[in-house]
Design a protein around this ligand. Sequence first.
Ligand code: ADP
Ligand code: MG
Length: 352
Amino acid sequence: MNPVHGRSDDLFPDAAGSAPYPVAAAAHGPAETTVTAEPAFRTVPASVDAPSPGSPPSTAPDPAIHCRDLVRIYTAEGIEVQALQGVDLTVTRGELLAVIGVSGSGKSTLMTVLSGLDTATAGSAVVAGHDLMRMTRAQRVRYQRDVVGFVWQQASRNLLPYLTAAENVAMVLGLAGRSGRRARIYELLDLLGVADCADRRPEQMSGGQQQRAAVAVALANEPELLLADEPTGELDEASTAAVLEAIRRMNEDLGVTTVVVTHDPEVASHVRRTVHIRDGRIATETMRRTEVGPDGRPVRIAEEFTVLDRLGRMQIPQDLTESLDLKHRVRLTRSSDHLGVWPQRQGWEEQQ
Ligand code: ADP
Ligand code: MG
């Protein structure tokens, strides 16, 4: 059974409010010696697998999640939708990762594939040593029951309405046949800050309390991975902060690898690593770390990286393609330590 440690709230800055230290976007990177127009805050790592400053090394052995070229194509009434178009993602054990992206970008598709509820069309996905592309039906059922915990956006999907919070957790523990159930139920509810709701049914709890109870239910089987798909999507600001703080505390205390989908940039700004999905691919990653500033106070540093895949593909953010008139063809110029990306020269465009 997982020990529940004392809480240290100073580890978890208030999610909805301002951070207790100054937040600064890092202006960093090699000194510019050429005339390329790259903004200082965007840098491109040498390779998607190269460790980035402040990030755990993604080549660490046996990661919790390892996806390569993950593709999911839906076909409905003859129309093909490429929901995932080659996702490369590595998540280390114990990491708390936020996934952001506009509606329709593929976030839920990725979560349902990782949860074992859906199967990708192509590519590879290994979670805690389980190859999701090669599981038998029985293995898939066991995987869903024992390896992953899932929290849906709709609280009503997470909890049975006629059972109390404690009974909802007990149901899962019962299925898993664990002993010491009563202590474990209260330990989990307490960890999520809803021990006082143990004897309440969902309708007697607020939306935020229901979602925190839902996390307790998802953790009951001691999963290796917790997936939450917009768990705060239906909550107000204060409840959102409470749920996310509870998730951060849980991740810190129990070390359960956690992936949270959110469209709230404020939320994403309080986790160490955020991946941004665009059109079914991971377009950028943001790493955050805390450093001691010149005045001795901690300063939060955020760096946004454009993701370069193994085939050398990257997505140039739309604001840059538009403002620099980059379209269809661009010219690359090589310097000793970076590439320049230039719009196609006028004369060439007319000749083609
Ligand atoms: P998000 O969670 O980021 O809003 P989704 O993963 O739900 O995005 O959807 C990605 C794309 O796949 C969207 O274009 C959506 O319409 C499509 N899609 C999702 N599920 C299905 C499905 N079962 N059948 C057909 N298309 C789907
Ligand atoms: Mg979704």
